[in-house]
Design a protein around this ligand. Sequence first.
Ligand SMILES: [Zn+2]
Length: 134
Amino acid sequence: MARPKKYRMVEYVLKSLEFSPDNPTGEVEISMDELEAMRLADIEKMYQIDAAKLMGISRQTFGRILDSAHSKIADALINSKKIKTGNDGRCRVVKLMKCDDCGKVFRTPVDYTGHECPYCHKEHAHPLSSDPVE
Ligand SMILES: [Zn+2]
């Protein structure tokens, strides 16, 4: 029996991107969760355990995703391959909200338009991150 799909939460949606050398010898595809793992670990410099929590996955899974991403990037750079990004369907896009009352930061589905804080239940939360690009 197949295991139920576990969605990974990513904060940003990127347009499909392609980076290509002049004469690519092939291509690698970086999935959205790999991109998000690199963003959190390599750009934001977060600890893996904290980044994993943000994505709703275990630290082990986070480490595996990050390793996979680094291998693909290395493969592309060393072997002159094109890099493509895309969503393989395992990712859900979220946005960050911050409550003005209790100061907690939390994630909601990107299409959530309410202002309720899940911690203090007041209606004083507002989006922290800019709207993602489709
Ligand atoms: Zn609150």
